[in-house]
Design a protein around this ligand. Structure first.
Ligand SMILES: C[S@@+](CC[C@H](N)C(=O)[O-])C[C@H]1O[C@@H](n2cnc3c(N)ncnc32)[C@H](O)[C@@H]1O
Length: 264
């Protein structure tokens, strides 16, 4: 076997760290996973413990009973540590960006992996990873806080980036732009005046400020009111699966990627 592509980085992870993203991908992408025969899901860079891969497997099996999940890690010590937790439909193997799997995955989740690479590498890996997807497949690449209460992720199809999602527990931020520290590597350096992502976070903060009165009914109501304000000037999807109150009430907001994409 040739050397896995990439570099061993910090293995920080934890139970339920990726719950918010898993909930989103189950709601938004269950249809395409169910449509595939024995869909293959890859969890790339699962870290020092198998925990978040097992959680992904457990969550997906509830809605897609024949899903197969493979955790891929570039650190052989972490692969050895995860091996005892293998079971029917769940396995762990050594590998990197080359994705050593036998068929194209319907879903690749890569969380808190690309942030540890340079910006040019992050763009490049978006392109090479999405090219490996099965038709209709999705790459979910994102960053979260260590406890998973704040997260931002991008959904990419084989054709390119499609969506960006902001997600936070209501007690984990003061204003929406606090999520800026979780932007993916492709955007983190673009959060400056003149860039779309900066304008969006500025407008989200403004919407949050003018919706302050709703806070009397709780942060959830204030978030819902803020999204209504934002939707007047930003192309917020307002219908399921990406939008609508059922998603927003979770402290979540999805936008088309094009709305915040930097000019490269
Ligand atoms: C910070 S941990 C994230 C763990 C888990 N995904 C999470 O979000 O909690 C990043 C992991 O990605 C691994 N990694 C980095 N580059 C990789 C690559 N190219 N292929 C596979 N794993 C990689 C690192 O070795 C590390 O264990």
């Amino acid at each position: 076997m040739s050397k896995p592509v990439g570099a061993i980085t910090r293995g920080t992870t934890g139970h339920n760290r990726l719950r918010r993203a898993d909930r989103w991908l189950a709601a938004v992408h269950a249809g395409s996973l169910r449509a595939a025969a024995r869909p293959l899901v890859v969890d790339l860079g699962y870290g020092a413990s198998h925990a978040t891969t097992l959680e992904l497997f457990t969550r997906l099996r509830l809605i897609v009973p024949d899903v197969e999940v493979v955790g891929i890690e570039i650190d052989p010590v972490r692969v050895a540590a995860a091996k005892p937790y293998e079971r029917e439909g769940l396995s762990f193997r050594l590998g990197g960006f080359e994705l050593p799997v036998s068929r194209p995955p319907a879903l690749v989740r890569a969380f808190n992996v690309l942030r540890q690479y340079g910006e040019a590498q992050a763009w490049h890996r978006w392109d090479t990873l999405r090219a490996k997807l099965a038709p209709g497949g999705v790459l979910v690449e994102g960053t979260s806080s260590e406890n998973g209460r704040r997260a931002v992720w991008v959904g990419l199809s084989r054709e390119g980036p499609a969506t960006i999602t902001f997600s936070a527990r209501f007690d984990a931020f003061e204003r929406p732009s606090d999520l800026a520290d979780r932007l993916p590597k492709t955007l983190i350096h673009r959060n400056v005046p003149g860039e779309r992502i900066h304008a969006f976070l500025r407008d989200f903060d403004h919407a949050w400020a003018v919706s302050a009165a709703y806070g009397a009914h709780g942060a959830r109501q204030r978030w819902l009111a803020s999204v209504d304000v934002l939707a007047r000037t930003w192309p917020v999807p307002v219908r399921p699966p990406l939008g609508g109150p059922a998603r927003w009430r979770l402290g979540e907001l999805t936008l088309p990627w094009a709305a915040v994409a930097p000019d490269r």
